[in-house]
Design a protein around this ligand. Structure first.
Ligand SMILES: NC(=O)c1ccc[n+]([C@@H]2O[C@H](COP(=O)([O-])OP(=O)(O)OC[C@H]3O[C@@H](n4cnc5c(N)ncnc54)[C@H](O)[C@@H]3O)[C@@H](O)[C@H]2O)c1
Length: 316
């Protein structure tokens, strides 16, 4: 009998519930172990997901758990948080006063469960919380990473697909840096199945667009979604589900993720959004894009911004 693929989700709010649903609907997980400090919310989400199971194309079992039950998971998705703290201000760092102590409160419990898999962090501020989890859990390098600029890259892919008429899956592009206000698109690395953007732009006007405007659209997309529903759900849950799929199938796929930098891009001591080779061991390699000098400077500025935000850790 083949081993069941067991995925744990911590925090069953807007994001965690949608992650669990995506994993169930896409048949990515065989078993879901759900954990939330709000027991009523947890029971409700478990019930609702179980109600869906009979008509899903793949068999999935769903159960409520505690941190002690996470030891058997192959992958844990962390999405605990308090999204209401972002109402009225567009800065994910504002959630840090809640999310850092929250994560610290259960890191030891995850360790005590005997967990030895991969952790994918969504909780904001994503780069800083991912680092906190990685330090606390002490798993081998790469086993804890964040969705980082994965979602922001999805937004850029969507904008580029609408602008050019070329399908998302034929486009290579990245948002790099912070999953936050300090991120940017390195346009020199954008290509359409091997043909660089600049080359297309020489002959086709659909590829001669306002790059600043598209970048702004990708960075601001979160707040367009947030403004009408006070959360974001579909984009992030699909991003995380894709990452879980990559890990469980040992795909060695390249995707932007929040990963520790140890000299790559001339940076160290922090987690930031960069392209990564992801497989069964989590992030197995950071891909160093051939950035222009101007793009390198932008990347360093993003890292300085993350470092500035990390200063607040001293007060927590
Ligand atoms: N990285 C990204 O791209 C991205 C995108 C969207 C949201 N987010 C982040 O994801 C997180 C969750 O967002 P949301 O909209 O679901 O928030 P939410 O407030 O709706 O839900 C958070 C859930 O976490 C639970 N929780 C809080 N502390 C906990 C703890 N100590 N132990 C167990 N459960 C705990 C709460 O009970 C709640 O059910 C937030 O930090 C948000 O900013 C990140």
């Amino acid at each position: 009998m083949t081993k069941n693929r067991v995925v744990g989700v911590i925090g069953l709010g807007h994001v965690g519930a949608h992650v669990a649903y995506s994993l169930a609907v896409q048949g990515i997980a065989d078993e879901l172990v759900l954990v939330d400090q709000n027991q009523q919310k947890l029971q409700s989400e478990v019930q609702d997901l179980r109600d869906a199971a009979a008509y899903l194309p793949h068999r999935v079992t769903v159960r409520p758990g505690d941190f002690a039950d996470l030891g058997e998971c192959d992958v844990i998705v962390n999405s605990a948080g308090k999204i209401d703290l972002l109402r009225g201000n567009h800065d994910r760092v504002k959630e840090m006063d809640f999310t850092i102590p929250a994560v610290r409160s259960y890191t030891e419990k995850i360790k005590a469960s005997g967990f030895d898999g991969v952790v994918i962090n969504i909780t904001n501020p994503c780069d800083i919380v991912t680092r906190e989890l990685a330090l606390g859990l002490g798993l081998p390098k790469g086993r804890v990473f964040g969705t980082g600029t994965g979602l922001d890259t999805s937004r850029l892919l969507s904008a580029l697909a609408r602008q050019t008429g070329i399908d998302h899956k034929s486009i290579t592009c990245y948002m790099l840096g912070e999953h936050g206000n300090q991120q940017f698109a390195p346009w020199s690395c954008v290509s359409f199945r091997g043909m660089p953007l600049d080359k297309w732009a020489q002959t086709d006007e659909r590829f001669r667009f306002d790059r600043e405007a598209l970048q702004k659209e990708s960075i601001g997309g979160a707040w367009v979604t947030f403004s009408g529903k006070n959360c974001t759900e579909y984009g992030i849950s699909t991003t995380a589900a894709r990452m879980v799929h990559i890990v469980l199938h040992d795909e060695k796929a390249i995707m932007p993720a929040s990963m520790e930098l140890c000299g790559e891009y001339g940076e160290s001591g922090l987690f930031a959004g960069v392209p990564c080779v992801i497989g069964a061991k989590g992030v197995e390699e950071v891909v160093e894009l051939p950035l222009t000098d101007e793009e390198k400077a932008k990347f360093h500025a993003c890292c300085e911004g993350i470092r500035h935000n990390m200063e607040h850790l001293k007060e927590l």
